[in-house]
Design a protein around this ligand. Structure first.
Ligand code: NAD
Ligand code: TYD
Length: 350
């Protein structure tokens, strides 16, 4: 794991992963390929941009020519694909880019990787690859669809996505599987639950609520607020990805989660309480169409087979996260004063 391509590394999880990776692994080259969409923010990486092995490249994972050039130049042995359109609400209003980036983009990346790692470039029937190479697809628990009151998602739960976002991620997973089955490409897929932590774009539940509390704006809770998500600190997601890169069986899928189910309204109330704000800020708004009721992960496979476990308790993690957003008001302000504001106004008309 010394010459790594990270895609989507200017986003929330990708930027946390790059910093985590550089802290734990000695690497020769880490190239961060990111198109810098509205969600990509180089400020997330300011503390490591001077690292000698770190190279940022602005570009699109759908660009075969660019991918080819990067593989030739840097001879990667590891690819971690975070690049994606990631917000369910945006996938309802603008589904097309979800399909092109999340599906076609993943296929472009797989195709280039397969060509450059194959012991016989150009021979699609050659299933032999360079030693020690791995492609990791960062997927999501949302590919499994919604749970009722009981049960957990395991790696064998059938895919049943409900939003254009989750359908595009499920499609990407199937393309990754196809490159493993057909070409023998050494891959892993990870499916993580909802992440929280520093540097998350304030369109997602937790940073949006923290920001609105800060500026005394209403807190928009969809439907009855009783939908359940299984929250994991982003650093625990990063440690799980590193564990899978190092120890994951070739072709295997690993669910990642910390057994931490919370209803949305519980999270909103906790943020209000921690920030000393009044519950009167809560506004119940129209529900998201096709809103998945409950997600919950069975993490038995990664914990028992690979020995991974989360290190952040939710109570401490959320308190630290709120404190981080309060201590980094400029980071939030730089976002909320830009493109985000126009998007925000379109989404929420109070
Ligand atoms: P994000 O939206 O914060 O970041 C996505 C990054 O990808 C941005 O930097 C963006 O500029 C970049 N990008 C988008 N389209 C691109 C393209 N065509 N080419 C190159 N770069 C492009 O997303 P995130 O929350 O950091 O999620 C990262 C990955 O993790 C996604 O694949 C997502 O599906 C998955 N995931 C997220 C969560 C979560 O809770 N946020 C949970 C499980 C899995
Ligand atoms: P989100 O952070 O968008 O993640 P996902 O939809 O991928 O799980 O939303 C988390 C939950 O919070 C989800 O049930 C939708 C809900 N939600 C609100 O109630 N209000 C909001 O303004 C947002 C952004 C989300």
């Amino acid at each position: 794991m010394k010459r790594i391509l990270v895609t989507g590394g200017a986003g929330f999880i990708g930027s946390n992963f790059i910093k985590y990776f550089l802290k734990h692994i000695t690497c020769e080259i880490l190239v961060n390929l990111d198109a810098l969409t509205y969600a990509g923010n180089l400020e997330n990486l300011s503390e490591i941009e001077e690292e000698t092995c770190y190279i940022f490249k602005k570009g699109d994972i759908r660009d075969h020519g660019l991918l080819d050039q990067l593989f030739l130049q840097y001879q990667f042995d590891t690819v971690v694909n975070f690049a994606a359109e990631s917000h369910v609400d945006r996938s309802i209003t603008e589904p097309e880019t979800f399909l092109t980036t999340n599906i076609i983009g993943t296929q472009a990346l797989l195709e280039t990787t397969q060509k450059h790692w194959s012991k016989q470039a150009g021979n699609k029937y050659c299933r032999e690859y360079r030693e020690g190479v791995k492609f990791l697809q960062v997927s999501t628990d949302e590919v499994y669809g919604a749970l009722g009151k009981e049960g957990l998602f395991t790696e064998t739960t059938p895919l049943s996505p409900n939003s254009p976002y989750s359908a595009s991620k499920a499609s990407a997973d199937l393309i990754v599987k196809a490159y493993y089955e057909t070409f023998g490409l050494p891959v892993n897929i990870t499916r993580c639950s909802n992440n929280y932590g520093p540097y998350q774009f304030p369109e997602k539940l937790i940073p949006l609520m923290i920001h609105n509390c800060q500026v005394d704006e209403p807190l928009p809770v969809y439907g009855d607020g009783l939908q359940i998500r299984d929250w994991l600190h982003v650093e625990d997601h990063c440690s799980a990805i590193l564990t899978v890169l190092e120890k994951g069986g070739v072709g295997e899928i690993y669910n990642i989660g910390g057994n931490n189910e919370k209803a949305n309204i519980e999270i909103v109330n906790l943020i209000l309480e921690t920030m000393g704000k009044d519950k009167g800020l809560i506004r119940y708004v129209k529900d998201r169409p096709g809103h998945d009721r409950r997600y919950a992960i069975d993490n038995t496979k990664i914990t028992t087979q690979l020995g991974w476990k989360p290190s952040h308790s939710f109570e401490q993690g959320i308190a630290e996260t709120i404190a981080w957003y309060l201590a980094n008001k400029n980071w939030m302000q730089n976002i909320t004063s830009g493109v985000y504001t126009q998007y925000y106004e379109k989404m929420y008309q109070f």
